[in-house]
Design a protein around this ligand. Structure first.
Ligand SMILES: [Cu+2]
Length: 127
């Protein structure tokens, strides 16, 4: 093969490889779940401590790797909703004090890669 043809071939292979990788990354993003909504909602202010944290995802999350933590609080075991398999929840075992609370969660999509996130809500001071 002439040197020009070899270079052209290498160039085409490089372009195709790059396109392949870009598509792979895009596909990964689509495959991964995200948090659609929660109770309490992000940035919501409640008049009293909620009794549980409910997380609704865009697709079925893996329960075995799921963790939900809350700052200044104690949560029970993470459970899957019996009515909707995209929902995970955990009971709040002791009433949360007034103030801002951050919920941190981790679970995975069906491809097994961990997906994590966090949001905060507030409990207002009781009068
Ligand atoms: Cu993945």
């Amino acid at each position: 093969m002439r040197i020009q043809n070899k270079l052209l071939l290498m160039f085409v292979v490089a372009i195709l490889g790059t396109l392949f990788l870009v598509n792979l990354v895009a596909a990964e993003k689509i495959l991964h779940l995200k948090l659609d909504s929660s109770i309490p909602k992000a940035d919501e202010t409640l008049k009293a401590s909620p009794e549980k944290i409910v997380l609704e995802f865009s697709q079925r999350p893996e329960l075995t790797v799921a963790k939900i933590d809350i700052q200044d609080g104690k949560l029970g075991k993470v459970m899957r909703s019996e009515e909707d398999e995209t929902i995970l929840w955990a009971a709040i075992e002791e009433s949360l004090p007034a103030g801002k609370h951050t919920v941190k969660w981790v679970t995975s999509s069906s491809d097994g890669h961990p997906v994590r996130g966090e949001f905060s809500f507030a409990v207002s001071v009781r009068r």
